[in-house]
Write a protein that binds this ligand. Structure first.
Ligand code: GAL
Length: 683
C-alpha cells in the first residue's frame, strides 16, 4: 500500500523537476513506481505548463494536473507546484507582442523559447495573476501540495527589458526613489557631459550610447530591473498566500556568481518563505566543488543562516555548455550531500525523466535515456537511501567559521564601463578569497556589508568598491570590537550612486585600515610585481598595484618592484581590540593563504592544516543533534579526527576517535552528545 502521508514534510526532500506533460499517461504509472523505488519525496511540477493549463485565453484545462497530483499523492510524493508564468503561451504573444522584451540595442526577442518576458508589461502582469489565481483556487487544499514554486529563476536568462513600457515604468520608479528630477540630476552627476534632464519624462532606459554612458543611470537601471522582477514575484506570492494560507511560497534562486549576476539576492531572501536554489557545475578547468561550496554558503547566507533547499542540480552532464562532461562515479552524491552539509534540506534535480524532445533532451536526469540499467539510476537510488538516512539533519543549522562580505550592487558597479583596469574582476576576487578559506577547511558565511559581524572572528572583504558610509562605520566597529578584518584593493571607493567618496582612497575604509592610497597603478596585461614579507618571503601579484601611504598601519609586505617598488603592499592596522589588514595587489589563492596566515593568527582561528586538501568538513547543529559532514573529493582515503563518538548515518557504523572517509565518498556522523563549541575536530 503506497504511503499517503505527508512524509516529505518530515524528511529531507529528494526528487526533481517532473514534466509529465511531455509523456503519455501510460508512462506516469511507471514514473511513480520508480519514484518510490528511488525514495522520491517531492517533485517540482507544472513550471512550464501554462499553454496546457490555459489552452485558450481564459479557458482552463486542469484535468491532467488533477490526475497527476492525485497519482503523486497516492504514492506518497509531494508537489512543489509551479506557477507557469515564466513561459506564456503563443496565443498570449499574438495578442500582446509588446510583452516580448527588448534588448539594450533595441532588438525585440521572439517567441519560441522561455522567459521572453517584459516584466513591466501590464498584459503580462494581468495574465500571470489570472493563471496564478486559478491554480491557487484549484489546488490550495490538495493534500499533495507541499509548496508553491513561483516562476523560474527570475533574472535568467533575461534580466531586463529596454522597451518603451519599461521606460515609463522606470520614470515612475525614479519618481518614487528621488521625488524630483533635480534629485536625479544630483545623484547621477548629470552636470558631467551635459546630461542634465529638465523633467523625469526626458529620462529613458540606458540604451545603447556611442561611448560610456552615465554610470549612476546604468546602476539605477539594474536596481529598477531587479525591483521589477521582485514586484512580479510579490504579486504572485501574495495571491498564493491569500488563497492558499499556510503553504510556503518560494522561487528558485541561482546564487552561483558564475550563473546569475542580475538580481540582488539579499533583497530576494527576505521575500520568500523558503530559500531554494539551483546549482550547476561549470566546466572551466577549476575545482567545481569549491564553486559548489561557495554557492551553497551564499544560499544559506541569503536565507539568514536558516536551512534552505537545493531545488535543482544535475545527476550528470548538463546540455548548455560548449562541452558537457558526465559526472564521475560518486560525484553526484558528493555534490548533493555537500549542499546538505551547507544547509540544504534535501537534494532535488533537474529533472526526473530525461526528455526525448525539446531543447534539453541531452541534459542528464534521474531516470536517463539509458533507463534503470544504468550507473546514473543506480546512484540515484543509492542517493535516495542516503538522503532518507539523514532525516535528523532536518532543521539543524550549518556552523560558520568566518565571514566574507558580498554585495551584488557593488559587483554591478564594478562591471560598468571605464574602470581602472579591465583585468580587475570582483567575482574573481570573491572566488580567490573564498578558495583560500575553503582550502583552510573553514565554513564561510556571506554577509551584507552593513550586517552585524560581531559573531565572526574573521571577516574578509574582496573588492567592495561600492560601500556606504554605514559600511565604513560597521567595519570600523567590527575591528575595534576585536574582529580581524582583511580588505582587498578597490574597496570603499564610491557611494551608491557611483560617486567617489570625498578625500583620499579608500574612502570610507581609510580610518579602519589606517592608510590612504594616493593613486592606483594597474599593471599591464600579463605583468607581475614581486612583494616581499616577513623573513624575506616573496610572492607575486598581478593586475593591480597602488601607492599606499600608511597612517597608523604597519607595513608587513613591501613591493619589491613595479610601479610601487619600495612602498607598502600588505599592511596591518591595530585598531581598538582588533586588527585590519589591507592587501593592495591581486594575489592568487595560495599567495593569499600565505598573507592571511598571520590574519588567521590574529583571529585565533585554527586553520586545520592537518586535513588533506579537498576534504570538506562541515558541521550542522540543532535539535536533531550535531552532525559532522566529511566530503572526500580526492582519490585517496582520508581520516578525520572526531571530538566525540557517534554513528555514521550512511553506513550505520559506529565511529570513535577517527572517521574513515574512503576516496570519493561522503560520511555523516551524528555525535552522541553535543560536544563542545568549536570546529568539531579533535585536538
Ligand atoms: C535551470 C532551469 C531548468 C533547466 C536547467 C538545466 O536553470 O531552471 O529548467 O533548464 O537549468 O540545467
Amino acid at each position: 500500500m503506497p504511503e499517503t502521508t505527508d512524509r516529505g514534510a518530515r524528511r529531507l526532500a529528494f526528487g526533481g523537476d517532473y514534466n509529465p506533460e511531455q509523456w503519455p499517461q501510460s508512462v506516469w504509472e511507471e514514473d511513480v513506481r520508480l519514484m518510490r523505488e528511488a525514495g522520491v519525496t517531492m517533485v517540482s511540477l507544472g513550471i512550464f505548463s501554462w499553454a496546457l493549463l490555459e489552452p485558450e485565453p481564459g479557458v482552463h484545462d486542469f484535468g491532467w494536473l488533477d490526475r497527476i497530483l492525485d497519482l503523486l499523492h497516492e504514492n506518497g510524493v509531494r508537489a512543489d507546484l509551479g506557477t507557469p508564468t515564466v513561459s506564456p503561451p503563443a496565443w498570449f504573444y499574438r495578442a500582446h507582442p509588446d510583452a516580448l522584451p527588448v534588448t539594450r540595442e533595441g532588438v525585440r526577442f521572439a517567441f519560441g523559447s522561455r522567459a521572453a518576458i517584459c516584466h513591466s508589461n501590464p498584459a503580462y502582469r494581468e495574465a500571470a495573476a489570472r493563471i496564478t489565481t486559478a491554480l491557487a483556487r484549484r489546488y490550495a487544499g490538495h493534500p499533495a501540495l507541499a509548496m508553491w514554486h513561483v516562476h523560474n529563476e527570475y533574472g535568467v536568462p533575461v534580466s531586463a527589458c529596454w522597451c518603451d513600457t519599461c521606460a515609463a515604468h522606470f520614470r515612475r520608479w525614479l519618481g518614487d526613489r528621488y521625488g524630483t528630477v533635480e534629485a536625479v540630476n544630483d545623484a547621477w552627476g548629470t552636470a558631467f557631459w551635459g546630461l542634465a534632464y529638465r523633467s523625469l519624462d526626458e529620462i529613458d532606459p540606458p540604451r545603447l550610447t556611442p561611448t560610456a554612458g552615465n554610470p549612476a543611470h546604468q546602476l539605477d537601471y539594474r536596481r529598477f530591473a531587479d525591483d521589477t522582477l521582485r514586484e512580479n514575484f510579490r504579486a504572485e506570492r501574495d495571491i498564493l498566500h491569500r488563497l492558499a494560507p499556510g503553504i510556503p511560497v518560494t522561487t528558485n534562486f541561482m546564487t552561483a556568481l558564475s550563473q546569475c549576476d542580475t538580481v540582488d539576492y539579499w533583497a530576494w531572501g527576505r521575500e520568500v518563505d523558503l530559500v531554494t536554489n539551483d546549482h550547476y557545475l561549470i566546466t572551466d578547468g577549476r575545482r567545481t566543488h569549491v564553486n559548489l561550496a561557495m554557492a551553497a554558503d551564499l544560499t544559506r547566507s541569503v536565507a539568514g543562516g536558516a536551512p534552505w533547499l537545493l531545488l535543482e542540480h544535475s545527476t550528470s552532464g548538463v546540455s548548455w555548455q560548449p562541452r558537457n562532461p558526465a559526472k564521475s562515479p560518486g560525484e553526484m552524491a558528493r555534490n548533493s550531500l555537500a549542499h546538505v552539509a551547507r544547509g540544504s534540506e534535501g537534494a532535488m534535480f533537474f529533472q526526473w525523466r530525461q526528455s526525448r524532445k525539446g531543447a534539453e533532451k541531452f541534459h542528464s536526469a534521474m531516470l536517463p535515456h539509458a533507463g534503470t540499467d544504468s550507473r546514473v539510476w543506480r546512484e540515484v537510488v543509492e542517493l535516495g537511501a542516503s538522503v532518507a538516512s539523514l532525516a535528523s539533519v532536518r532543521g539543524t543549522r550549518t556552523v560558520p567559521d568566518a565571514a566574507m562580505l558580498w554585495d551584488w550592487q557593488s559587483w554591478w558597479a564594478q562591471t560598468l564601463e571605464w574602470r581602472p583596469s579591465e583585468d580587475h574582476d570582483a567575482r574573481e576576487r570573491a572566488d580567490a578569497f573564498y578558495e583560500t578559506l575553503y582550502d583552510r577547511h573553514l565554513t564561510v558565511d556571506f554577509a551584507h556589508p552593513e550586517a552585524d559581524l560581531s559573531r565572526y572572528p574573521l571577516v574578509v572583504v574582496p573588492a567592495l568598491y561600492l560601500a556606504s558610509e554605514e559600511t565604513g562605520r560597521n567595519l570600523r566597529a567590527y575591528a575595534e570590537g576585536g574582529g580581524t578584518l582583511v580588505v582587498s584593493y578597490f574597496s570603499g571607493i564610491v557611494d551608491e550612486h557611483d560617486a567617489v567618496h570625498p578625500g583620499a582612497y579608500p574612502g570610507v575604509l581609510r580610518d579602519v585600515l589606517g592608510l590612504t592610497v594616493e593613486e592606483w597603478s594597474p599593471l599591464g596585461e600579463g605583468e607581475t610585481v614581486g612583494i616581499t614579507g616577513p623573513g624575506g618571503a616573496s610572492l607575486t601579484g598581478d593586475v593591480w598595484s597602488e601607492f599606499v601611504v600608511p597612517r597608523g598601519a604597519e607595513t608587513v609586505w613591501t613591493y619589491a618592484d613595479g610601479p610601487a617598488a619600495g612602498r607598502p603592499a600588505v599592511t596591518r592596522h591595530r585598531i581598538g581590540d582588533g586588527t585590519a589588514w589591507y592587501v593592495s595587489t591581486r594575489l592568487d589563492a595560495p599567495a593569499l593563504d600565505t598573507v592571511l596566515g598571520a590574519a588567521f593568527e590574529d583571529a585565533g582561528i585554527d586553520p586545520r592544516g592537518e586535513l588533506p586538501r579537498d576534504v570538506e568538513l562541515v558541521r550542522r547543529e540543532g535539535d536533531g543533534g550535531t552532525h559532522l559532514f566529511a566530503v572526500n573529493h580526492t582519490g585517496h582515503d582520508a581520516k578525520v579526527p572526531l571530538e566525540a563518538p557517534g554513528t555514521e548515518l550512511l553506513t550505520g557504523e559506529r565511529a570513535d576517535g577517527h572517521l574513515a572517509v574512503p576516496a570519493g565518498t561522503v560520511r555523516v556522523v551524528r555525535l552522541d552528545d553535543r560536544g563542545g563549541p568549536g570546529s568539531g575536530l579533535g585536538a
